[in-house]
Design a binder for this molecule. Structure first.
Ligand code: AMP
Length: 414
């Protein structure tokens, strides 16, 4: 079924077309009808599946058609998100989908001045996309009330829990009218998340996308065994082999991010970093540069990278293995967005093999291993040190993986 066949208001249909959204993705197909009926929804969908529009589309349809009894203004839909970047992104998508409907959306997050946000709130906002900190700040100053909220949405609820926002969530829910619709979105599900979810939703429709494989099927992902001290050579090698590609590199800590940036600088590779130590303005600028392609290599930590939605990220490189298995799903989910294909490669050192095992049990299947023989491994390091070795590119191997299956074998579970 195409979006044009749905019974949506004309502006919403126009906006979908302008964005190039013709058909609903899996999660959209499953969640739009129950949300339109006013039901609570509990959805497990990984990033990159189109989950933002899965709630934004029906919310816009509901808000632009449902009559408001009183004229007095107030927030009608509250979307809670864990990070600044996600707040900006969700508000942006909602804004695009909302054009011409007369509805207004505001993304509210810390790290920027509050006065312009207060001004906007005073003018009236229908949909508020907020991180907990700034939202409670403004509420305690009397600029925000929740008594008109009809729809409450929790996005990336698993990450909210990880960041310790659970008591904030409970406090918030006690201030929102009981007669409301609640939509709960999470990339992963475990006992803690279920407990939070069932405390919030009522008779929810449960939707699960690819439960057996949390990594989107658009993403080709593999692991390469590279020792800690050699990782920079392999990264250099990879970037130089793919000069036109957008590459998102994940590292464990802020310090590591800056170190990798310096290492790349030494071999004339330009890159930028994004992590929690950067001011919001800097973060926004770095994101803009990566989006418009003026910077092609972005080095990121896990927290800062949540919510990054950049079309055309060609490769995700896990320079360090993620410590939380859920983060593997989030990281590789930054490529292969929507209907695009993506490739993710993880550099795993001997010290990180245990982490890899944990990730594989979380995924419930082994990750394909990119075989690098000793000669290729050494050639990569020699090349990086300035020799003009005629080495084979790791990347070419990965791209040709399907056709040269003999080169790649599945890692056997011990
Ligand atoms: P999300 O999972 O919400 O972060 O969305 C991932 C990407 O998919 C975004 O870049 C969206 O623009 C894109 N997307 C969402 N819905 C559709 C659709 N129906 N058709 C094509 N692309 C979509």
């Amino acid at each position: 079924m195409k979006f044009q066949d749905y019974n949506f208001v004309p502006s919403l249909k126009r906006n979908l077309e302008a964005l190039g959204f013709r058909k609903p993705t899996d999660i959209q197909y499953k969640s739009i009808p129950p949300i339109l009926k006013g039901e609570d929804v509990l959805a497990v969908a990984q990033t990159g599946t189109g989950k933002t529009a899965a709630f934004a589309i029906p919310v816009i349809q509901i808000l632009s058609t449902r009559k408001v009894v009183e004229k007095e203004y107030g927030i009608r839909c509250l979307i809670m998100v864990p990070t600044h970047e996600l707040a900006i992104q969700v508000a942006g998508v909602t804004q695009e989908l909302m054009k011409g409907t007369g509805l207004k959306v505001l993304g509210l997050h810390g790290g920027v001045k509050q006065d312009p946000q207060i001004e906007q709130l005073k003018k009236g906002v229908d949909v508020l996309v907020a991180t907990p900190g700034r939202m409670f700040d403004l509420a305690s100053q009397g600029f925000l009330t929740f008594n008109r909220v009809e729809i409450l949405i929790l996005d990336e609820a698993d990450h909210m829990l990880e960041l310790g926002f659970i008591s904030d969530m409970r406090q918030l829910v006690s201030r929102i009218p009981k007669r409301r619709q609640t939509l709960f979105f999470s990339a992963t599900i475990n006992e803690h998340i279920k407990e939070l979810a069932y405390g919030l939703v009522r008779n929810a429709v449960r939707i699960q996308i690819s439960p057996k494989d949390p990594v989107s099927k658009n993403i080709d992902h593999a692991v390469a065994y590279v020792e800690m001290d050699d990782k920079r050579f392999f990264l250099e090698h990879f970037i130089k082999e793919n000069p036109k590609s957008k590459i998102l590199v994940f590292v464990r800590t802020k310090v590591r991010a800056e170190r990798v940036l310096k290492a790349m600088e030494r071999v004339d590779i330009k890159s930028q970093t994004i992590h929690g130590d950067k001011l919001q303005d800097e973060r926004s600028q770095v994101m803009k540069n990566f989006k418009d392609g003026s910077n092609k290599v972005l080095i990121a930590t896990d927290v800062s990278a949540r919510g990054i939605d950049i079309p055309n990220v060609d490769f995700v490189i896990n320079y360090d293995m993620p410590e939380e298995p859920e983060n593997y799903v989030h990281r590789v989910g930054r490529t292969g967005r929507g209907t695009l294909k993506g490739i993710a490669i993880s550099f795993c050192s001997s010290e990180e093999k245990e982490t890899l095992d944990i990730i594989e049990s979380f995924l419930d299947k082994p990750i394909t291993v990119m075989e690098i023989n000793k000669a290729e491994y050494e050639a990569t390091i020699d090349f990086s040190k300035g020799s003009d070795h005629d080495w084979k590119s790791l990347m070419k191997e990965q791209q040709a993986r399907k056709s040269t299956k003999a080169k790649v074998k599945k890692k056997k579970k011990k």
